[in-house]
Structures are given as structure tokens and as C-alpha cells.
Design a protein around this ligand. Structure first.
Ligand SMILES: Cc1ncc(COP(=O)(O)O)c(C=O)c1O
Length: 346
């Protein structure tokens, strides 16, 4: 039985267990349904079995060895991956400007971080992937236990994960990919190739681009190492089953023909927007869903301010040169039309 159906089932025992709101006492009426399905593991309803089965089904969809549902974001996935494959005093190669969870993960493992640089796109003021030969030279020099790569970057550039996996194998280095912003990739051939079944560990935030609730995410483990142990160390023993059920539903939707169609519609709508705005310079990144733009004569910060003040549009990230607008499965045609009409007026 799916997690969601299990949560919907009527139970006839009177539970003197946590959570003591008893699925009926709700302090926020808007969240009534959420309280209703907020249960713990008990003898009467043990959702752990349904969760395991949902994770196994997900693993089949992604063609991974193991897929874990996370309710504490990609942050917890990166920490779990590092704690799983790295020991005290091991070296870990990490990007100097990576999300802070990379450094924290290495710190928690008692390992030594070795920082690497990435390339830089002067024109748009954004980071691009690191050079493979440079990374290989660092792998040969330091023989680190793990290499963590952010792919895609925030602005939608991806690394050649197959090539990276090959060079990591030469030094017995585990490859961990932070694909937090690439959760749609496995479900469209028009998006970059996902690393879910190529790298040793891959994390994806469902909540960033794939329609998930904050902070739902996935950890894919393609090694024979036991990632459950590390997960137990950092996870609560009272997981949110409504959030876990939403992950199951989310993956099934992305994998359905409806979900795939929706992603392709999003891509087509962005292509149309790009064609209809010749006054805008679009960054030629790998992931079209990250709209990185420049307007002649004004800085990225001025552009961001203009969009905000004059058109009520808030961007995801801005720098001196450019501005990035993030889209995802919930970005419909209407929303993109609003953006297009505003961009045309700049
Ligand atoms: C590249 C990258 N990795 C990891 C994270 C952490 O993800 P989460 O918010 O799902 O914990 C973020 C969040 O912004 C991110 O941008």
C-alpha cells in the first residue's frame, strides 16, 4: 500500500501515543488535513513498511542501488553521504564557494577539506564547472576519500559526471554530486543528463524545482556502503509522514506521462519567451529552466531592482552583471507570460 493510502486508512484503536494532537486537535485550521495525516509509528499503523516499499519503488524509477526520502533537505543528504564514505582525518575535495552544507559535512566527519576553484564566466558574473584536468591533478595530488561536485551550478551549468566518475575511480575517490537544483533532470531528455545513477552519491532537492514541499529531498546511494547508519545519526526519530508521503506522490507524478509532459511544456514556454524577447541577453547555460539574463546599459543589481519595483517580479539571485530567475514544474504559462511582458518593456 502506498504511504498516502496508509495514512488515509481509518484506525479503530484509541491511541495514547505521540503525537498527542490525536489527528483531531488542530491549532491552525488551514493545516487541518496535515494534522489528520500526521502520525507516528505505532503497532496500529506502522508506516515504516510502506516507506521502505516507496523508497524501493523510487530506486527502481531512478535506477539507483538505494534511494532515501529526506525531510531535511539536500543539506541532510550531503551530510549523510559524507558521513557514510569519509572517516576522521580523510581528505575531501570541495568547491570553495559551495553551499555551506559541504563544509559542515566535512567538519562533522572530522575530515580535512581541500578547496578547489571553478571557472568563471566574466560576461554574466557567474561560476562555471571546474576544469576536469585541474580536478584530476588535485585527485592525483591529494588522493582524497571523496570529491563533492555541485552540478548543476545555481545558474544551470552541469559537469561531465561520467568523466569525473572515471577519474575518481583511478584514485579510489567517492564522487558525491550535489544535484539539488537538478531534480527534474531524470524526467526529460530535453534537460541535462542526471547523475543519479552515475555518481556514488547524489542529492536532489524536490522542493527547489520539482514541485515538492519544503524541505523534501532525495539521497541516491549507488555504493554498497550503509547510508542508513549515517541517516540515523542526523535524522529525527519522529519523521513527518505527510512530508514523506508527498515525496512518494511527487516522484510518481514526475515519472508519469502527465509529469513529463508538464516539464516539456515548461521548456517549450521558456524557449518561446526567449524568442519573444530579443532585447534581453540570455546566458547560454545547460539548463534552460534557470533563466539568467542581462540588459544592455544596466547592472544586474539595477535590473533586479527594476523587476522588483516596476514589475513586482522577484528574482532568485543577482550579481553585478546578471540576474537569475528560477523556474520549475510549478511555473505555468501565465507566470512566464507575465515575465515576458515585463522583459519586453525593459
Ligand atoms: C547547490 C545547493 N546545494 C544544497 C543546498 C541545500 O539544499 P536544501 O535547502 O534542500 O537543504 C542548496 C540550497 O540552497 C543549494 O543551492
Amino acid at each position: 500500500m502506498s504511504l498516502l493510502n496508509l495514512l488515509k486508512k481509518k484506525f479503530f484503536k484509541t491511541l495514547f501515543t505521540t503525537p498527542s494532537h490525536s489527528q483531531k486537535f488542530f491549532l491552525l485550521s488551514k493545516f487541518r488535513q496535515f494534522y489528520k495525516y500526521d502520525i507516528s509509528e505505532t503497532d496500529t499503523h506502522n508506516p515504516q513498511v510502506a516507506l521502505k516499499s516507496a523508497e524501493e519503488k523510487a530506486s527502481k524509477i531512478y535506477q539507483t542501488k538505494k534511494t532515501h526520502f529526506l525531510t531535511n533537505g539536500s543539506t541532510s543528504g550531503i551530510i549523510t553521504a559524507v558521513l557514510t564514505c569519509v572517516k576522521r582525518n580523510d581528505k575531501v575535495l570541495i568547491w570553495k564557494d559551495a553551499h555551506i552544507c559541504h563544509q559542515n559535512a566535512v567538519k562533522l566527519a572530522g575530515a580535512e577539506p581541500i578547496f578547489y576553484e571553478t571557472n568563471y564566466d566574466e560576461s554574466f558574473g557567474i561560476s562555471k564547472p571546474a576544469d576536469i584536468n585541474y580536478l584530476e591533478s588535485l585527485l592525483q595530488k591529494y588522493k582524497p576519500k571523496a570529491l563533492i561536485i555541485t552540478s548543476p551550478t545555481y545558474e544551470g551549468f552541469v559537469s561531465d559526471i561520467k568523466a569525473l566518475k572515471q577519474i575518481c575511480e583511478k584514485t579510489n575517490t567517492y564522487l558525491i554530486v550535489d544535484e539539488a537544483h537538478g531534480a527534474l533532470y531524470p524526467f526529460s531528455e530535453k534537460l541535462p543528463q542526471s547523475s543519479v545513477n552515475i555518481a556514488d552519491f547524489v542529492v536532489q532537492s524536490l522542493h527547489k524545482t520539482a514541485g515538492g514541499l519544503n524541505p523534501t529531498a532525495l539521497l541516491h546511494n549507488n555504493t554498497d556502503l550503509n547510508s542508513e547508519k549515517a541517516l540515523e545519526m542526523i535524522n529525527t526519530t519522529s519523521p513527518s509522514y505527510p512530508l514523506l508521503a508527498s515525496i512518494e506522490k511527487n516522484i510518481n507524478y514526475l515519472n508519469s506521462s502527465k509529469g513529463r509532459k508538464k516539464i516539456n511544456e515548461l521548456i517549450q514556454n521558456i524557449l518561446n519567451l526567449k524568442n519573444n524577447c530579443p532585447n534581453i541577453e540570455f546566458c547560454n547555460n545547460d539548463d534552460i529552466t534557470k533563466i539568467v539574463i542581462k540588459v544592455k546599459g544596466i547592472s544586474g543589481f539595477e535590473l533586479s531592482e527594476k523587476l522588483y519595483d516596476e514589475f513586482n517580479i522577484e528574482d532568485e539571485k543577482t550579481n553585478e552583471k546578471s540576474t537569475m530567475l528560477l523556474t520549475g514544474i510549478g511555473t505555468d504559462k501565465q507566470k512566464l507570460n507575465r515575465l515576458e511582458q515585463s522583459l519586453k518593456k525593459l
